[in-house]
Design a protein around this ligand. Structure first.
Ligand code: NAP
Length: 313
């Protein structure tokens, strides 16, 4: 009987590896655990988890022999880690291996909004260019003052890339970091927003950062400002963001993550000044393969009674 349950939309190669290495039982979602026969639930020792549905104590209790939840992804805000710890369940994630992809995407989104890619692409595709329709001028990206909210692993990669674009780097974290000379630390998100032209959000999701990007932060960014979010939808007060984009309190937003995703608030989608992406931060063949390998290494370690490579608890 399978000791490992695999939940989520794995690639064919990851699904095959989970089957080969652990004889894993694929389930479509957490809700399907309750439908398993009791002897099968009792046999389960680990869950290979990919997804954003809340994984709480009640679900863990359906698997009384559970020893590990190996998350596919660095953000584990969907998993109730305190509930897992209280039950002696190890939680792991897949940090570092996705930094480059997510940072690349953040910078691409930032440039796309500065240079008004969507309007320009429409102009070319529609034949408007050929008909002589002129575009309004966009904005220069290089050299802008950019704030990184959350200078963690991904935030640092974003800031390093922006330095290559001759940007003035500002950041907010809970404590000052060891950075190249000239980067400016701000303890408060509003102070950060006030000091910069654009803001890139790279802080963790979860209850502690809920609504961190508030109406006040957006107002401080100002009417020329662009906000890019690659962290979690919960970090931005989405009502305030919609209001700010509608009124012109900020110029534009580029969002890879949303509250209630994969559904996107229709008011956001109706706005011409957002660039929406369907949470593709780490979605490359190379990075997803590395994330899968790390997830399986963590599973293997815990099932063998060893410490995992990248523990959360
Ligand atoms: P990380 O290294 O842990 O950095 C997280 C940042 O969040 C740090 O700057 C940290 O602040 C800050 N932070 C943590 N807890 C906080 C709190 N309670 N209050 C205020 N700030 C807090 O994480 P990472 O690897 O860079 O990943 C960051 C996030 O990106 C993930 O959690 C995930 O949600 C998101 N992500 C998204 C995608 C995507 O596909 N779009 C892909 C990967 C990751 P300090 O600097 O003060 O420690």
């Amino acid at each position: 009987m399978s000791k490992v349950i695999a939940i989520g939309p794995y690639s064919d190669s990851d699904a095959a590896a989970l089957k080969r290495d652990f004889d894993a039982l694929r389930l479509p979602g957490l809700a399907a655990i309750a439908d398993l026969p009791e002897d099968q639930r009792r046999a389960v020792r680990a869950v290979a988890f990919m997804g954003h549905d809340p994984f709480g104590g009640a679900t863990m209790d359906l698997l009384p022999g559970l020893k590990a939840i190996a998350n596919f992804g660095v953000g584990y805000d969907a998993i109730d880690v305190a509930a897992a710890t209280a039950r002696g369940i190890r939680v792991t994630n897949t940090p570092e291996v996705l930094n480059d992809d997510v940072a690349d995407l953040a910078v691409a989104m930032w440039i796309a909004q500065a240079r008004d890619f969507e309007i320009a692409i429409r102009n070319a595709r529609s034949g408007d260019w050929g008909r002589g329709v002129r575009l309004p001028l966009a904005r220069k990206a290089s050299g802008r003052r950019v704030g990184v909210l959350g200078l963690g692993r991904i935030g640092r990669e974003i800031a390093d890339r922006l330095a290559g674009f001759k940007c003035e780097i500002h950041y907010q974290s809970r404590s000052r970091k060891d950075t190249p000379a000239g980067w400016t630390y701000h303890a408060d998100p509003v102070d950060l927003a006030r000091a910069v032209d654009d803001l890139i959000v790279a802080v963790v999701g979860g209850p502690e950062t809920e609504g961190f990007v508030s109406a006040e932060v957006l107002a401080a960014l100002g009417p020329d400002g662009v906000i890019v979010n690659i962290s979690r939808g919960s970090v931005i007060d989405e009502e305030a963001l919609i209001g700010a984009l509608q009124s012109g309190a900020i110029r534009a937003a580029a969002l890879d993550v949303f509250r209630g995703e994969p559904q996107i608030d229709p008011r956001l989608l109706a706005l011409p000044n957002i660039l929406p992406l369907p949470h593709i931060g780490s979605a490359t063949v190379e990075t997803r393969a590395a994330m899968g390998a790390l997830q399986r290494a963590n599973l293997r370690a815990i099932l063998a009674g060893q410490d995992p490579e990248t523990p959360v608890n």
